[in-house]
Structures are given as C-alpha cells and as structure tokens.
Design a protein around this ligand. Sequence first.
Ligand code: C2O
Ligand code: CU
Ligand code: CU
Length: 503
Amino acid sequence: MKRRTFLLNVAALLAIPVHSRAQMKMDAMPGMGGMHAGHGATTMPGTTPELAEGAPLQDLPRLANKAGRAGLFETSLTAEPGTARFAGDLGTPVLTYNGEGPGLLIEATEGDRVSINFRNRIPGEDSTIHWHGLPVPADQDGSPIDPVAAGADRTYSFDLPAGSAGTYWYHPHPHGLTAEQVYRGLAGAFIVRPKVDPIPAAYGDTVLFLTDLRLAVDGTMPPSTMADMMNGRIGDHVLVNGQKNPLLEVPVGTRRRFRLINATNARFLRLSFGDAPMTLIGTDGGLLEAPVTAVNEILLAPAERAELVVDFARPGSFALRTLAYDHGWMGPGKPQEAGLTLMTVKASTPALPSKPPPLPATLRAIADLGTPVATRRFVFSEAMSHDGGTMKISFLINGTSFDMTRIDVQSKVGQTELWEIANPTDMDHPFHIHGTQFLIVGRERDGQVTAPPYKAWKDTVNVARGETVRIVVRQDQPGLRMYHCHILEHEQLGMMGILDVQV
Ligand code: C2O
Ligand code: CU
Ligand code: CU
C-alpha cells in the first residue's frame, strides 16, 4: 500500500484524542468541576464559539522589572492554571504566566543581566522556560534535560550581550509536554533593545504576538487528535495579542514599526498588509544590514519573527491577512488557513502634522561567521509503526527519534560549521537550533540553488518539502543544545536531536 493512502486511513480511523490527561486534570481542579472535555475530533465549522472582533488592539501586558537598579532585569514568573474568557462569558481553562494572557512581554536592554525566578505551579507537570533565540548558557536554556518539577522553583540567569538586540520569545520545553503547555497558553515575548536604536522612535513599536486557539462549544480547549499530532495542531482562531481581529486606528501618514512573533504550535503564516507598503527591517536575531523595501508578503513559519515598517499613507482600512500557503497536509480535516484577517488598521484624517523621518540606509553590520571547517547533514523523515495494537507515528532526524540520553552531534566552541538540512518528506518542517543565531547560505530544490537575497540572523528556518537548506552556524558557549522541528507536535514525536558543544 502506498504510504499516502495508508496515512489517510489511519487519520480517518483514529480521529480520537491522543491523550486526554490535561482535560481530566482540569476537571479535577477546585472550582472547575463540571467542565466537559471536548470531543477530540477537529472542531467542525459551527461548533466553535464565535469570538468578538474589532476591539482596539491592546499592548501586550508587560512583566515589571523589580530590580530597582540599572543593568539588571529581575523578577519572577509563575506558570499556573487560570481561566480565560475568549468567547463571551464562556470560561476556558488555560495555563498562564503570572495570571496574564498570552504574550506577557519582557523588555530588557543589551548589556543587562537577567535573573528570573521561575515557579512551576502546574499541577502534576514538569515545565521549564526556554529563552527562544537568546544566546544563554546551556544550563540556563530551559531545555528538556533540565526540567522543573511541579511545585518547584528555579532561577534562570543570563546576560544579554552587545549585538543581541532583537525580537525573541519564551516558552516551556518539558519533554513530551511542550506542545500542550504552549497551546494552553504558556508563551511570552522577549524584546531586547539596543542602547541606541537606528529605527526612528516616531514609528512607534508595536509587538504583535500571534497565537492560535481551538475552542469546543463549552469553551474548553479540546485535546489534540491524531491529525493534530501528524500535522501539528492548528486552532480555529488566530489571535493577535490575545484578541481576534483587533483594530488599530492611526492618523494618515503613520509609519509603524511592528514586531511579529509566530508563537503558534504549527501554523504557517503567509501574510500581507493589503496594499500598505511593507519594509522588512529585521528577522529572528534582530535588524538586517539594510531595509528591504517593497515587500508584498512575508512567510512566518512557527517560531519565526519579523520586524516590519508599514506605511499608512492614505486614508482607508488595511487588513493584515493570511494568504494561501501549501505546507503539506496528511489526512482529512485540512483547516482553513487562507483569507483570515488577523488585524485591521484604520488610517484616517487628520493626517500626521509632519512626515515621519526616513529609515536610515544602513541599520547595522552583520559579521560573517568565517569559513566552515565541518559539514553536517540532517535528513527529516516520517515513520509509522504498530506497537501492540496502538499506532505510533514518529518524526525523525537522520532516522532517529529524540533520546534524552543520546548525544547526536559533537562540536566545539567557536567552530564554524555548514549544516545541510534536507526535507524529502511531504510536509514543511521549520528547523530550529538552540543557543545561537545562524546565517542561511542557500536553498536547493530540484538541483537549483538559490542564495538568500540578504543577510539575516536566524534561529529558525523553514525547510519546505522537497527542499534542502544550508546554513552556517557557530556555537560560542559549551554544553548541550537541542535542535528540532518547531512544529511542536513533531518535536514531541521525536524530531529533535542533541548537539554537544565542547570547550
Ligand atoms: Cu522555541 Cu527548542 O524551542
Ligand atoms: Cu529555542
Ligand atoms: Cu515538523
């Protein structure tokens, strides 16, 4: 039987929850009795509650710095259960940091020392905080090898070095629980500011933290199905700073700086801003060398970030919308991904009294990493097997599934390497490396190699189906680092390896 057919059958037969542990736990929580678990199958149209749209865009809640002296960002973050109200009065059991909605913003400056006391108050579950994209020491990285048990505390401490200014995020990374803790609400934004910012302050700075949400009729989040585990969980609603299609009103003539963070488990966001001209100024690891003007659209795979400057030069409504993007899909139940309005900007008169200043022609220099002295190849694959009557799907790198006790690759501090990531599977897989930022040097498809149009620091790169992506990477700190697909369900099902960086 051809594999494609086989997968279709499996998906049809097994449209059942992979595990309903989370739901059962919530039912047992004080004050949350009587909640019903969702039915598990992907929510059908008409069975998900409507969410109100068009409310003014809210800034992300900000995590207060309690340090009381310059150069230190010190506070605590508590992961705990809570109840959110997404749809009218319907209560949705969620996980929160400090009781806040998705996106709780940490804002610090290059050169700062960060010290965050993490308190895991998720009943019965390990957790961690992983500082996605930041160059933190391996033992502060919050990776699956360093779990924080339920009820336990730990402090994460690290420095934000010069040159690290950029748009990052943080999320849990406990073995086997990352996907679920993230879709239940645990993820926040982490902005590192430079001492002197080349982007004019007149543009403002708006963080758009993108998450998605699936709600059952009773307001609960249904557990993931087999289809979710295979394709990655895609919700029914895309939220911007926790809101559905919020409205941003600006005077005509506004140029706005936006930082977009794809904090969804698995949603590919190919975005346009209608006919409002976009300029790309930054990626995962901060600013580009020079602005890239006349950008009509951007693709943000799960975990990727982009910094944009958008011109609202004429009166009217500008929708941040999703365009069609085929990232591959296994089985039935492909969700609607194109044509969603994530946010609306309304530009009206009176216009700004004066024209905002132009972008500088040069934003910063991006150094080369030097000539690679080692080449490594990583090949994605997918496998299905029967294990005593239960179906087991695995997502593999170089034929192996993640093993916490196995070192997959050994490297050296400061050694420049060429990594080649090949994706002969039927689905796109966004590849992420912990601990550093890398440079993309080329993409190959059907023997055609394309060089990237500009230099950019990245920590996550989409490797489209049928594509091979080459990157140059260097780790400057010793220790164990994860690399994995950032479709969190794939990471959970084995598509992750461990890099040992030695002194
Ligand atoms: Cu954002 Cu290993 O993860
Ligand atoms: Cu990471
Ligand atoms: Cu994947």
